[in-house]
Write a protein that binds this ligand. Structure first.
Ligand SMILES: *Cc1c(COP(=O)(O)O)cnc(C)c1O
Length: 220
């Protein structure tokens, strides 16, 4: 009997293929299942298949659904992938195991204080606006070294760099740019690649891919 492979299996297969093509070890790529807008009914099947790393883009939404799931599956790792307002820094530090969207001095200050207060050091990615787009999260390329210095001085553990390339154009040059910026700044983690482009991102060195639609289907 042929058993249809699950979306999770298919994403793992794609990651493995990209790793093989680029002589990488799949163990060096963390799949973050981006579960924003998804309820427990969609999340539980992934947990039952062994997925433990999840991503959310809003603090409040995550507070509503993850404490109960974490009680059931204590080894869940929860990543904040969306923009963070400074006034939510305390809540974010308490709930999340990793933050991918650090992009400005005021947020670095707020997160440093929140980590001191919580007695918890949460690894953070600094998001870079690689396409230099207006209205897009991420720090400007020119501001990156100073922001990294500030984060280090505030005692924030730096996991690496994160980007969301401009929509509708080939993402590879932007992934390559992020990889170069990370190397130039002594960082190894690269949070890049979403449903449409995670194989490319893996081939260009992604350590973390953030995949929603390919696992859960289109968001309503
Ligand atoms: C929603 C989201 C994703 C996942 O996007 P898909 O295209 O559904 O895989 C990844 N990263 C960020 C920052 C997101 O907001």
């Amino acid at each position: 009997m042929q058993i249809a492979s699950s979306p999770l299996d298919q994403v793992h297969t794609s990651i493995a293929r990209a790793c093989k093509a680029s002589r990488r070890d799949p163990a060096d790529v963390t799949l973050i299942a981006v579960s924003k807008t998804q309820g427990p009914g969609a999340i539980l099947p992934l947990l039952e298949q062994g997925q433990r790393v999840f991503g959310e883009n809003r603090v409040q939404e995550a507070q509503g659904k993850w404490p109960a799931l974490k009680a059931q599956f204590p080894d869940i790792s929860l990543h904040l992938v969306g923009q963070l307002q400074s006034n939510k820094a305390d809540d974010a530090v308490v709930l999340f195991d990793c933050i991918h969207s650090v992009d400005r001095p005021s947020l670095v200050t707020a997160l440093g204080k929140a980590m001191d207060k919580a007695g918890k050091r949460v690894p953070c990615f600094v998001q870079v606006n690689v396409g230099e787009e207006d209205q897009k999260g991420g720090c400007a390329l020119a501001d990156l070294p100073a922001l990294l210095d500030q984060a280090r001085a505030a005692g924030i553990p730096l996991a690496g760099l994160m980007c969301v390339p401009p929509a509708g154009i080939e993402p590879a040059p932007f992934f390559a740019l992020l990889a170069k910026l990370a190397a130039d700044n002594g960082l190894s983690g690269l949070s890049m690649g979403m449903s449409g482009d995670f194989e490319t991102a893996v081939m260009l060195g992604a350590s973390h891919v953030r995949v929603g639609t390919a696992l859960f289907g289109e968001r309503s």
